[in-house]
Design a protein around this ligand. Structure first.
Ligand SMILES: [Zn+2]
Length: 486
C-alpha cells in the first residue's frame, strides 16, 4: 500500500501549481513564501528558484536577487543577477527608442534644419508634422487651423520647448512682431493640479488637452470622463492628439515631455488660431517655490522663471502659473470644494471611475481624499522606501494627513510638526501672475477657503534633508512629467 502513496510528487504538483498561480496573480509575498517552501523541500527546485528570482526582481528586491542568483546561477535564466548588481549601483535601464509615424512621401526627403526652425514644420491636411534631428512627430490639429497663418515666433517657440535640452540653436531670438491676443488658454491634463488652475481662472479660459497617442501605461478613461463633465459645465475644451513625447526617448529618457512647457506646445501652436495672449500651466508650489519638492527657493529670481517668462513674451504670450502660490495639497482642496470633485482623478491608470489604487499618484492624491489605495503595492512601497523621498514635502503631508506614519519609521523626525499649513496659499506667488488675471485668482483662492499666508509662511523654511540616499531607483511613474504635474 505504501508504494501507492507518493506524497512528494503530489506535494510537488500542487505546490508548483499554487506557486505559478500566486506569481501570475501578482501576489509576490505568497509566491516567494511558496517558492521557499518548495526549495526547502527539494521539490521542483529549479522551477521554484527561477520564480523566486523573478518575483524578487519584480518587487525591486535587488539585493536578494543578487544573493540568490549567486547561489543558483543555473536558475538565473534572464540574467537578472547582473541587472540587479547594476541597479544596486544606481544604474537605470535605458528606455527603448520610439520612432514616430513616417510622414507622407513628399516630406520623406526633407532635411532637418538646425538654423531655421520654421522650415521644420509642415502641414498635410489636418496633420502638422515636425522634423527633429532624430525623426518626425505629428499633431492632429483642429479644423480650420492653418500653418501658413501661424506667426513664425510660435513655431520657433514650439521648437524651443521641444528641443531645448539637445539643440542649442533653438534658443536664438524669436521672430519679433506677434501682437498678443486677448484670450487665455490653460494646458489642462484633467488631473487635480490643472483642474485647480482651471477653477482659479476665468470661466472663459480655453482648456487645451494634449492627448498622448503613443502606446503606454496611460489610460485616458479618467480624463475622458472629466473632459465630458467640464464641457457640460460650459468650458471650451480643445483636444489635440500628438506623439511628440517620443522625442526624448532618443536621448535615453522614457516617453514624456521634452521640457516643462512642452506640455503646452499644442497651445503655442494654436495661439494665433485661438487669439491667445497667455498660456497657463497648473504648476503647484512643489515645483515653483520648492526645489525638487523639498527645499525653498526664491522662485522669481530663478534662471528657470526668468528665462521662460521672457521667452513666452517674445512670442506675445504671457506665461501664467495660476497655482504657483498653492501646493498639490491646496490644489486637492480646491478641487474637493468645487463642482468637479467626483469626476477628477489624477490616476492615469484608472478605469474611468476609480484610480488603480496601486500607483504613487493614488497614494499622494487619492489617499488623502479618503479614496482607497494599496499600501502593499510595489510602486507605492518602492517610492516610500526611496531616499530622498520624491516630492518630499507633499508626501510627508500626505503621510501625516492619512495617519500612516508607520510606513516610514525612519522619517519620524520630519513628521513631528503639524504640516497642515501645506494646504494654504503663499502670498508672494500671486505677484507672478499677470495683473490681468491676478485679482480673480486671489479672490477665488479665498472662495475655496484657502488662507493666503504671507512671506513668513513655513513654506519659506522648507529644507528637508535625508540622511541616506537609498540608491533605489524610482519605478516608472504614471505621470507624464515629474516636474509639471507631479
Ligand atoms: Zn493609480
Amino acid at each position: 500500500m505504501k508504494t501507492l502513496f507518493r506524497p512528494p510528487c503530489h506535494v510537488g504538483v500542487v505546490g508548483r501549481w499554487m506557486l505559478r498561480r500566486a506569481y501570475n496573480a501578482g501576489n509576490d509575498a505568497k509566491a516567494q513564501r511558496l517558492a521557499m517552501k518548495l526549495i526547502d523541500k527539494g521539490h521542483d527546485a529549479l522551477f521554484a528558484q527561477d520564480v523566486l528570482i523573478r518575483s524578487l526582481w519584480r518587487t525591486s528586491a535587488y539585493d536578494k536577487v543578487l544573493e540568490f542568483t549567486k547561489c543558483w546561477p543555473e536558475a538565473d535564466f534572464y540574467g537578472l543577477g547582473t541587472q540587479a548588481a547594476e541597479r544596486l549601483q544606481g544604474h537605470r535601464p535605458i528606455p527603448r527608442i520610439r520612432h514616430g509615424k513616417t510622414p507622407p512621401r513628399p516630406l520623406q526627403t526633407v532635411e532637418f534644419s538646425a538654423t531655421d526652425m520654421v522650415t521644420n514644420w509642415h502641414q498635410i491636411e489636418s496633420d502638422l508634422w515636425f522634423q527633429h534631428p532624430d525623426g518626425w512627430v505629428h499633431w492632429t490639429m483642429p479644423d480650420g487651423w492653418e500653418l501658413g497663418t501661424c506667426h513664425p515666433s510660435l513655431l520657433e517657440l514650439s521648437a524651443d520647448v521641444l528641443l531645448r535640452p539637445w539643440v542649442t540653436s533653438v534658443r536664438s531670438p524669436l521672430t519679433p512682431g506677434r501682437v498678443p491676443g486677448t484670450e487665455l488658454a490653460l494646458s489642462w491634463s484633467a488631473g487635480t493640479d490643472s483642474t485647480a488652475a482651471m477653477q482659479l481662472l476665468p470661466t472663459n479660459t480655453i482648456l487645451g488637452y494634449h492627448r498622448r497617442t503613443v502606446e503606454g501605461l496611460l489610460d485616458h478613461r479618467n480624463a475622458d470622463r472629466t473632459i465630458a463633465a467640464v464641457q457640460n459645465g460650459g468650458y471650451r475644451v480643445v483636444t489635440v492628439p500628438s506623439d511628440h513625447e517620443i522625442i526624448r526617448t532618443h536621448h535615453g529618457k522614457s516617453i514624456g515631455f521634452s521640457t516643462d512647457y512642452a506640455s503646452g506646445v499644442h497651445l503655442i501652436l494654436l495661439a494665433d488660431f485661438l487669439n491667445l495672449g497667455g498660456i497657463a500651466f497648473g504648476v503647484p508650489s512643489d515645483n515653483t517655490w520648492l526645489w525638487k519638492g523639498r527645499k525653498f527657493r526664491d522662485f522669481p529670481s530663478t534662471h528657470h522663471w526668468k528665462t521662460w517668462s521672457a521667452r513666452f513674451l517674445e512670442a506675445g504670450l504671457h506665461l501664467v502659473l495660476p497655482i504657483n502660490h498653492i501646493s498639490e495639497a491646496g490644489a486637492m482642496r480646491i478641487v474637493s470644494n468645487g463642482p468637479w470633485a467626483n469626476v477628477v482623478n489624477s490616476c492615469m491608470r484608472g478605469n474611468g471611475k476609480m484610480g488603480c489604487e496601486r500607483c504613487w499618484k493614488c497614494f499622494l492624491k487619492n489617499g488623502p481624499l479618503g479614496r482607497p489605495f494599496d499600501e502593499k503595492s510595489r510602486e507605492i512601497k518602492t517610492f516610500l522606501r526611496s531616499r530622498p523621498l520624491r516630492t518630499a514635502q507633499h508626501a510627508l503631508w500626505a503621510i501625516q494627513s492619512m495617519n500612516v506614519e508607520h510606513l516610514v519609521p525612519d522619517l519620524a523626525h520630519l513628521l513631528e510638526e503639524d504640516l497642515s499649513w501645506w494646504e494654504e496659499a503663499y502670498a508672494p506667488g500671486l505677484e507672478l501672475i499677470p495683473s490681468k488675471w491676478r485679482e480673480g485668482v486671489e479672490e477665488r483662492t479665498r472662495e475655496y477657503s484657502l488662507q493666503i499666508l504671507d512671506e513668513d509662511s513655513p513654506l519659506s523654511r522648507v529644507d528637508i534633508k535625508f540622511e541616506t540616499d537609498s540608491g533605489l531607483s524610482h519605478p516608472p511613474e504614471a505621470s507624464k512629467t515629474a516636474a509639471l504635474e507631479g
